[in-house]
Design a protein around this ligand. Structure first.
Ligand code: P6P
Length: 350
């Protein structure tokens, strides 16, 4: 599944090698899914999710391919979260091998998500310090979208006390507000603060052709500030949270088009495909935070913010939440910046 090196010109060579490896394994996964079953294998992952046979197959394949990439020194996945040491040197790759796999049986689109971190384990760092992020969506077409450093950009990652976070919530809360937490719900983490990544990273979209080659389809993919499409995921949380339900009602009354497939990757890709939209997966007592900070929220928020959108946990940008453990979960709302701002009250209440 060849990626022409011309698409990585200007990217630091070690990172370029990781991105090329990721594009290649996505091409293999696309082939596997064409004839994959939707049977469960009787085991569960560290998050308690039942595993499909294809979850395990794809998880093992990605670890195997990353282990043969000389610039990958560590890897962890939603199926096996503890970061393991690999023979290479340069980057640590975390991934969700098959996000939304439970909907494969309905032939819905599913995805793979990658977060690429410089050096070793991401624990103790915030998502804004990723070097790049990638997702693949397997639908009628196989599409790969990444946020990679703009040619020639020397990425300086601010420390936790660096520049200004790119987003303050409506109460003016910024870096120091801590998300409340208990294992399995919101990650207990202090929001760091650092600079915006839109100026240093570009979002590009590729299409996989039947001959196994990737074709660049869009450059400088952008998300506009206002939208008429949103996906209030996790609606059961809305029913237990009057304020959030009132906000959902206001959005629906505003004739927004609802989009929610139960797969985060196609739901987020819809926003990047249309150039606007918002995806929310809030939480409540009835529905604690579900999405994984390291394997789902941080990479996708990285791509959305690189495209000019924004993200929030209700306290701060998703990219400013420090990763406490690989098992952290987080509530999330991301997409068009004005709609994310509008969701703050509901996200803080949830
Ligand atoms: P709910 C899939 O299992 C997933 O992790 C995301 O892809 C998706 O957005 C979310 O869970 C769906 O969760 O509780 O709304 O069905």
């Amino acid at each position: 599944m060849a990626l022409d090196p011309k698409h990585l010109q200007g990217v630091e060579p070690e990172l370029a090698q990781v991105l090329s490896c990721v594009a290649s394994v996505v091409g293999e996964i696309s082939g596997i899914l064409r004839s994959a079953g939707s049977g469960y294998c009787g085991s569960t992952n560290a998050f308690g999710d039942q595993q499909l046979e294809v979850d395990v197959e794809v998880d093992h394949l990605i670890f195997e391919r990353l282990a043969s990439c000389s610039t990958v020194q560590g890897a962890g996945s939603e199926e096996q979260p503890e970061i393991r040491t690999l023979p290479g040197s340069g980057y640590t790759v975390v991934f969700d091998p098959l996000d939304g796999s439970s909907i494969i049986g309905a032939n819905f689109a599913v995805g793979t998500i990658f977060g690429i971190w410089p050096g070793g384990s991401p624990v103790g760092r915030a998502g804004r310090q990723q070097s790049a992020a990638v997702y693949a969506v397997y639908g009628p077409q196989t599409i790969l979208v990444w946020a990679k450093p703009r040619a020639g950009e020397s990425i300086v990652h601010m420390t936790a006390n660096g520049g200004n976070s790119n987003h303050k919530d409506s109460a003016g809360l910024n870096a120091e507000s801590a998300a409340t937490a208990s294992e399995g719900t919101l990650s207990s983490s202090i929001c760091s603060s650092s600079s915006n990544i839109h100026s240093t990273h570009e979002v590009q979209e590729f299409l996989l052709h039947p001959d196994g080659t990737w074709h660049l389809r869009r450059t400088n993919v952008a998300i506009g500030p206002v939208s008429r499409t949103f996906a209030p995921a996790n609606l059961r949380a809305a029913s237990s949270n009057a304020e959030y339900a009132a906000l959902v009602r206001r959005w629906i009354d505003a004739a927004f088009t609802l989009r929610y497939t139960g797969g985060m990757v196609p739901d987020v890709h819809h926003i990047l495909a249309k150039g606007s939209g918002v995806f929310c997966n809030p939480c409540s007592e009835a529905a604690p935070a579900k999405l994984r900070l390291l394997f789902e929220c941080a990479p996708l928020a990285f791509i959305v913010e690189a495209a000019g959108g924004s993200s929030t946990t209700g306290q701060c940008s998703v990219l400013d939440v420090l990763v406490r453990t690989p098992n952290d979960r987080s509530k999330i709302c991301l997409g068009s910046s004005q709609l994310v701002e509008e969701s703050l009250a509901a996200m803080q209440a949830a």
